[in-house]
Design a protein around this ligand. Sequence first.
Ligand SMILES: NC(=O)C1=CN([C@@H]2O[C@H](COP(=O)(O)OP(=O)(O)OC[C@H]3O[C@@H](n4cnc5c(N)ncnc54)[C@H](O)[C@@H]3O)[C@@H](O)[C@H]2O)C=CC1
Ligand SMILES: CC(=O)C(=O)O
Ligand SMILES: [Mg+2]
Length: 374
Amino acid sequence: MHIGVPKEIKVHEYRVGLTPPSVREYIARGHQVTVQSGAGEGILCTDEAYIAAGAKIAASAAEIFASADMIVKVKEPQASEWPMLRTGQLLFTYLHLAPDPDQAKGLLESGCAAIAYETVTDDRGSLPLLAPMSEVAGRLSIEAAAEAMRRSEGGAGILLGGVPGVAAGRVTVLGGGVVGTHAARMAVGLGAEVTIVDRSIPRLRQLDEMFSGRIRTRYSTLDTIEHEVAIADAVIGAVLVAGASAPKLVTREMLKIMKPGSVLVDVAIDQGGCFETSKPTTHDHPTFVVDGIIHYCVANMPGAVPQTSAAALNNATLPYGLALAEKGLGALNTDTEIGRGLLAGLNIYDGKVTSEAVASSLNLDFVGPLEALN
Ligand SMILES: NC(=O)C1=CN([C@@H]2O[C@H](COP(=O)(O)OP(=O)(O)OC[C@H]3O[C@@H](n4cnc5c(N)ncnc54)[C@H](O)[C@@H]3O)[C@@H](O)[C@H]2O)C=CC1
Ligand SMILES: CC(=O)C(=O)O
Ligand SMILES: [Mg+2]
């Protein structure tokens, strides 16, 4: 198969769909890979490094979209990329369609087969292609909170770890999945007081054991959220209902009971955000203030640390990408774990929405992936 890797064009997105070691794996299996010139700049990889791995270099994104059977990216296509996608072409990338009707329309009109990293599942029901970026974003979320909490940044002027004799900062993490766990690890490491709120009791049990009493766990109710948000210096929004828009757990009304200058980091912003007052921001202007509360809502947080993120993402996507390169849409089947995962990942096929969660969030008709493919 011919695989195309365009340069990412989202603001401050420095990751790349395939790193040179991944290109080498595709080439070793007899595939052809074309990479846009400069696509690896963000991870400090030259065109020569891609050529050494066996890739061809194309001058423009247009050449790549026109010739490749499968486009491997990181972020959702930007508006200028939708018209370059074509019927039958495979698109393998993050999409986050539930809160993004324009993106859904662009992809539906293109006729392409779009597989969203964030809805690919494994047989345990986890999200193996979202997990590595959730690990990165969870860890970054505490760095972002700590920075925003500085007085010089408009924050309340609290050091997360405190010092002997002075109370540490309080961090409330809403959602104790991958993002939440990695945020908690960083916050605990800095010496903060940490509470994790989740609606899954089995998950709260696991977290309680994992952190050996170093964090508090709370079951997610309106009462809990109100209480924990009111006493927090930083709140990390890390909930997910796979594929669907994030539930709005913190309302604008609740901002009134929060401490002035406290910080909300909405990692779930890519699924629409879990704070009512969130709106997506970029690494250029990551924060804004509503009612005295600082909001950080960057939708591609891992893009800021591309060397770590692109390597971690490629480790996870490689076996799925190779299966697609080998078998095309035949890789989507019920016979293997990868096949089942890719079926769950198919969001759009030939002008149809094939993810139930996406269809219901966008109020569009749903066609099951197997039915659509047959
Ligand atoms: N902004 C960014 O750059 C990035 C954003 N993300 C996003 O972060 C979010 C979280 O991702 P993961 O941690 O991987 O998901 P996950 O599925 O591992 O964890 C989500 C957790 O939220 C919990 N949850 C769901 N509804 C809840 C509720 N009402 N109250 C309390 N807990 C609730 C679930 O029980 C689960 O434990 C996703 O939207 C993901 O797309 C991930 C990576 C980068
Ligand atoms: C998960 C995602 O959207 C990102 O890493 O940018
Ligand atoms: Mg995102």
